[in-house]
Write a protein that binds this ligand. Structure first.
Ligand SMILES: *[C@@H]1O[C@H](CO)[C@@H](O)[C@H](O)[C@H]1NC(C)=O
Length: 317
C-alpha cells in the first residue's frame, strides 16, 4: 500500500514537470491560445468564487452580531432601542415605572455562582418529576405548574411535590429576584418599588427533542408584551453555558439591520423592555440541556404576584 502511494505521489510531480516542460517548449502562436483559454477561465472562476465566499461570509457576519459572547465576562453592556409607541402609551400611566430609555442590558456581575448553582438544583430537582414530551419543559415555583407529557400539572398538588423544595430554596429564589428587580431599577432608571413581580415566571429546561405541542415551540419570533399583557420588563437568568452544556439555544433580538445574539452563560442576566422594540426568539437547541429562569415584572399593581413560599403551597394541599 505505502509503496503504491509513494509511486503515485512520485508520479504526480513527474507528470506536472513534464507538462510544464512541454508548454515551455511548445510556445508557438497556434498552441498557446488554446491552452491558455481554459487557464484564464479557471483563474477567473477562482477569483469570482473566492469573492463570492468573502461576500457570503461578510454579509452573514454583518447581519448577525454577537451582543454577548459566552466566554466573556460582562460587567454591563447595554443597547438603547427606540420604545415602541404602544409600549410608551401604556407605560405612561404608571408613575415611577417609566424607563429612561427602552433597552436591552446584559450583566454577569449580579448573581453569584453559588446562587446559580442553587437555582440550577431547584430546576433539576423539580423538573425531574415532570418533563414535556417535546423539547421544552417549565416549572413555575409560584403556581406549581410543571410540564408533564403534553400538558401541565400542579406539582404542589401531588404527594411527591410536598417536600421537594426547602425553605432555603424559596429564599434563594427571592434573593435573586430582588437583586434583578433592583438592577432593573438601576439600569432603566425606574423606582424599584414601582415594579412588581408578575405571572408567569418560571424555570425552563430545553433539550433537542422534537416539538410535540405549541408549548415546545420556543423558536418563533415574538414580543413578550403580546404574549403576556402584564409584562413591562422581562429578565432572563441563564443557569447553563452555551457551547459547553448545550449547542444552539442562543437568544436572538431581531433588529432591522442586524440580529443580535446573547450567548447564554452561567449567571448571566439579560433584561429588556417587553414591548415591540425587543422582538426576539431562541434558536433551537441542537444538543445538551439548556436551563434558564424567566423573571418578569409589571408596572401594574393589579398583576403583581407575591414571592413563592412554602406556606402558600401547603395551603394548596
Ligand atoms: C433576523 O432573524 C429573523 C428571524 O429568524 C429573520 O427573518 C431575519 O431575516 C434576520 N435578519 C437579519 C438581518 O439577518
Amino acid at each position: 500500500m505505502s509503496e503504491t502511494r509513494k509511486r503515485k505521489t512520485k508520479n504526480i510531480p513527474n507528470n506536472s514537470i513534464s507538462d510544464k516542460d512541454k508548454t515551455k517548449e511548445g510556445e508557438t502562436k497556434t498552441v498557446s491560445p488554446k491552452s491558455n483559454i481554459p487557464l484564464r477561465v479557471l483563474s477567473r472562476a477562482v477569483v469570482i468564487f473566492s469573492l463570492l465566499i468573502i461576500v457570503y461570509f461578510t454579509s452573514n457576519d454583518g447581519a448577525f452580531k454577537i451582543f454577548a459572547k459566552q466566554n466573556e465576562v460582562i460587567s454591563g453592556k447595554g443597547q438603547i432601542v427606540e420604545c415602541s409607541s404602544a409600549y410608551l402609551r401604556e407605560i405612561d400611566k404608571f408613575e415611577g415605572c417609566f424607563p429612561k430609555q427602552c433597552k436591552r442590558f446584559v450583566t454577569d456581575k449580579v448573581i453569584t455562582d453559588k446562587e446559580v448553582d442553587e437555582l440550577l438544583m431547584i430546576a433539576k430537582k423539580g423538573l425531574k418529576y415532570g418533563g414535556s414530551s417535546g423539547g421544552a419543559s417549565i416549572l413555575d415555583l409560584h403556581s406549581g405548574a410543571l410540564s408533564m407529557g403534553q400538558h401541565f400539572i400542579n406539582f404542589y398538588k401531588r404527594s411527591e411535590g410536598k417536600n421537594v423544595f426547602t425553605e432555603k430554596d424559596f429564599t434563594t429564589y427571592k434573593v435573586v429576584k430582588n437583586k434583578i428587580k433592583y438592577s432593573i431599577g438601576h439600569y432603566f432608571g425606574v423606582n424599584p418599588e414601582k415594579i412588581y413581580l408578575t405571572h408567569p415566571t418560571f424555570f425552563s429546561e430545553i433539550t433537542s427533542k422534537e416539538a410535540v405541542t405549541v408549548h415546545d415551540e420556543y423558536w418563533h419570533p415574538h414580543v413578550d408584551k403580546e404574549t403576556y399583557k402584564s409584562f413591562h420588563y422581562t429578565t432572563l437568568l441563564y443557569l447553563t453555558d452555551y457551547n459547553i452544556d448545550f449547542k444552539g439555544g442562543r437568544f436572538v433580538f431581531i433588529d432591522e439591520k442586524y440580529n443580535r445574539t446573547i450567548e447564554p452563560r452561567k449567571g448571566r442576566v439579560s433584561m429588556f423592555t417587553s414591548g415591540k422594540e425587543n422582538l426576539h426568539y431562541v434558536e433551537k437547541v441542537t444538543s445538551g440541556t439548556r436551563y434558564a429562569v424567566t423573571i418578569s415584572f409589571t408596572c401594574d399593581k393589579q398583576y403583581a404576584i407575591g414571592d413563592p413560599d412554602k406556606r402558600k403551597f401547603n395551603n394548596d394541599l
